[in-house]
Design a protein around this ligand. Sequence first.
Ligand SMILES: Nc1ncnc2c1ncn2[C@@H]1O[C@H](COP(=O)(O)OP(=O)(O)O)[C@@H](O)[C@H]1O
Ligand SMILES: [Mg+2]
Length: 225
Amino acid sequence: MRSPGQILVDVDRAKRVFSAGGAPTVALEKATCRVSVGDRIALVGQSGSGKSTLLHIMAGLDQPTFGTVKWPAFGAVGGLRSGKIGIAFQSQSLVGWLTAVENVALPLQLAGHGEDAHGNAHDALARFGLDHLSDKLPEELSGGQAQRISLVRATITNPPLFVADEPTGQLDRQTGKELVDMLFQWADENEVAVVVATHDLTIAERFRTIWTMQRGLLYPAVGEF
Ligand SMILES: Nc1ncnc2c1ncn2[C@@H]1O[C@H](COP(=O)(O)OP(=O)(O)O)[C@@H](O)[C@H]1O
Ligand SMILES: [Mg+2]
């Protein structure tokens, strides 16, 4: 399942046009890219350059208007549902009436692995240094804390592919650095490919691969932005 170099996501000339309301917006221009087992990719670019759009397409949450996205290792889009791709969203996405540990346990329960979901969720929170927040409700958390809990939730199924949208956006530099350390350690131990969108170059430069986005165009190396 996780042989080195195996392709997890294959995006071929994917274009995304949003056309609700007024003039259409081209959020993504014919992007072609692949993510393979073991990859560490930072996706950088200004706000509005198309990072979230590309991540959502890679994760199967959105479809390209033209072009294709495939998951050779997982089968069709339905195959993604059982915890194959972990997604930490940019915006707050915790379930408001569940505690932090219950939120983290949720993907395991939805995937039918409810037996020790709570124990695993506690371990996952501890691994990211957040166990002291286990019993807090989302409304009792700061924005940065809630975002880190969402990130831990996205790791809980040990997905082959992990995608995070601006995971350090609400953190100070030191906390952001520590989060990336913990994320890499988890990903190394579990052979997880990581794709992270960020506009922070000090975060991006820690990734082996940097992709740059500019006005919907995807470039494979760092450019001016
Ligand atoms: N659901 C949507 N409806 C209309 N326009 C959108 C939508 N999502 C994103 N866009 C537009 O697409 C462009 C790229 O957005 P996005 O992918 O969120 O960029 P980034 O994540 O780099 O900030 C922006 O111009 C944004 O306004
Ligand atoms: Mg975004």
